[in-house]
Design a protein around this ligand. Structure first.
Ligand code: MTE
Ligand code: MO
Length: 337
């Protein structure tokens, strides 16, 4: 089923087939061989579809997640000219400093992140604060698939089919007060188990913290994801609950969230605290504002290797300008990087 999103994120021509569609086409092929009537399918299944979803771990999802899948709104298309990044690439080349500083560390150390049980606290300037286990947190909402580009500030990118709920739906439920001007997010702290938090030499002052202005958080593109590629999130991608804000550099999309607070003042975020001249609060993808140490005009699209780096131009707001540019009208994006 198509979700209702403005032009840049949902485009009629398609290069990809999400797993849901792929699987239903598989059923179609099977049933037509049995001579049964088939429902119309938009395009034929293609060999690449199997590649994109190769290596997706078998469903070991909790029952609540499985039952949510039956009512999920699947996104049938991505933007023209895009293909979904193979699952193996999206799950072995990661940034997740709690699990280590190298790209392969998060996958290698994935088991160190304990995701059950998982509690999410919503507090601060809200009429309805709460403390939920993950299942109860998601229960009131419908899962939606969103196929988004993710652009890291380090100039690599990928295209991921996420499963989640609009952040706006959660915010409406908890009802921010008039003082709730920003949303602050916090990742789990577990110094005993998370290798990146054990070292006393680490630069990061845990927990990892991120934030959005309330109108950014209410934008329909912002989601809280619980899955990707039709499955629960792998630990290295931020299980069991992460933010995805596709028009901003990847570091804004905070992983493994345990606390969401509505606050009056702009939160101090992790990367801003580490190097304020390099990483701003807004961090909107912007090809014309370079990082002090490298250009942001281009990016490497995963999979990217030495002999086929797969370089492409970076798009303003990562290609989501139609949806988000109005949030920043009148702001100097060179100053508010
Ligand atoms: N808690 C936490 N969240 C995090 C990070 C992190 O180190 N810790 N890294 C960020 C960065 S820099 C990026 S690019 C994305 C990467 O997400 P991915 O590994 O799913 O591609 O996660 C972001 N969220
Ligand atoms: Mo990043």
């Amino acid at each position: 089923m198509l979700i209702k999103l403005p032009p840049a994120s949902a485009c009629k021509e398609s290069d990809v087939t999400p797993e849901s569609i792929y699987l239903s086409r598989r059923k179609f092929v099977g049933s037509s061989m049995l001579g049964l009537a088939a429902t119309a399918m938009p395009v034929l299944a293609r060999a690449e579809d199997a590649v994109r979803y190769a290596g997706v771990e078998p469903a070991k999802a909790p029952a609540w997640f499985q039952s949510k899948l039956s009512s999920t709104q699947w996104q049938a298309v991505v933007a023209k000219g895009e293909t979904i990044t193979p699952y193996v690439d999206a799950t072995q080349y990661n940034n997740f400093y709690e699990l280590g500083a190298n790209k392969g560390d998060p996958k290698a150390n994935a088991a160190a992140l304990k995701t059950e049980p998982w509690t999410v606290v919503v507090d601060g300037e809200v009429a309805n604060p709460g403390r939920y286990n993950l299942e109860d947190f998601i229960q009131p909402h419908q899962l939606e698939e969103r196929i988004y580009r993710l652009r890291c500030v380090e100039a690599w990118s990928m295209v991921v089919p996420w499963l989640g709920i609009p952040l706006s739906a959660l915010l409406k439920q908890v009802a921010p007060t008039s003082k709730g001007k920003f949303v602050r997010f916090e990742t789990l702290v577990d110094r005993e188990n998370l290798p990146g938090q054990k070292s006393s030499f680490g630069l990061i002052d845990w927990p990892y913290v991120e934030g959005l202005r309330i109108d950014e958080a209410m934008n329909p593109l912002a989601i809280l994801a619980v899955g990707m590629y039709g499955r629960t999130l792998p630990n290295q991608n931020g299980a069991p609950l992460r933010l995805v804000v596709p028009w901003k550099y990847g570091f804004k999309s905070i992983k493994s969230i345990v606390r969401i607070s509505l606050v009056e003042e702009q939160p101090k975020t992790t990367w801003q605290s580490l190097a304020a001249d390099e990483y701003g609060f807004y961090a909107n993808v912007n090809p014309s504002v370079d990082h002090p140490r490298w250009t942001q005009a281009r990016e490497r699209r995963l999979p990217s290797g030495l002999f086929s780096p797969n370089v492409r131009d970076t798009l303003m707001f990562n290609g989501y300008g139609d949806e988000v540019a109005s949030l920043y009208s009148g702001m100097d994006l060179r100053v508010n990087y």
